[in-house]
Design a protein around this ligand. Structure first.
Ligand code: SAM
Length: 170
């Protein structure tokens, strides 16, 4: 019985991970050294609200919260496995990062001051209208590796041997 239950749990976790991969991107973390670049671009102020869409195990979120403990930091993740690992790591670290098990396309973006995402380029294309409809004027967005189609970046952060980062202001 224990074996059957374990098998079902593993299958559900793998299916949810595969589903998230199809919905937005498979799990590939932002390089550790690049988290500083995200921070340098967004420089959250105390009281600001930050969200990471497709946060994986939320390590970028934890890094942002460490840099600015006064910020309200939320990670949105669709894969149950990544969500569970991130949730546990947040609890163990007492990070204060909030996590939502939710599809990024369903998450309300209206209150956020800053947003970070590392998804597939076709997902950036699909989610762009949602950004345009919901993000408030002045909201800052950083995308990793690929630009957001049809948006003009205020800054392109380049570092030799590392993926580009694109910074936008709505
Ligand atoms: C390329 S990884 C990036 C992980 C993390 N943001 C980082 O940079 O370390 C993409 C993550 O987004 C999640 N994801 C994919 N599509 C999603 C969606 N529609 N809504 C929420 N999360 C999604 C995947 O499960 C995966 O963990």
């Amino acid at each position: 019985m224990f074996l059957q239950v374990s098998l079902v749990v593993i299958l559900v976790l793998l299916a949810s991970m595969a589903y998230a991969g199809i919905q937005g991107a498979p799990w590939v973390p932002t390089w550790k050294r690049d988290m500083k670049r995200v921070w340098e671009l967004l420089r959250l102020q105390s009281g600001e609200k930050f969200v990471e869409l497709g946060c994986g195990n939320a390590r970028v979120c934890r890094y942002m919260k460490q840099q600015q403990p006064g910020a309200d930091v939320t990670g949105v993740e669709l894969s149950i496995l990544q969500y569970g690992i991130g949730w546990l790591q947040n609890r163990l670290a007492g990070s204060g990062v909030k996590m939502k098990l939710e599809n990024a396309f369903k998450h309300d973006l209206t209150g956020y001051d800053a947003l970070y995402l590392f998804l597939m380029p076709e997902t950036y294309q699909k989610i762009r209208p949602k950004f345009e409809a919901e993000l408030k004027p002045g909201a800052r967005v950083v995308s990793y590796v690929w630009p957001i189609p049809e948006w003009e970046a205020s800054k392109v952060d380049e570092l030799e041997g590392a993926p580009k980062m694109y910074y936008y202001e709505r």
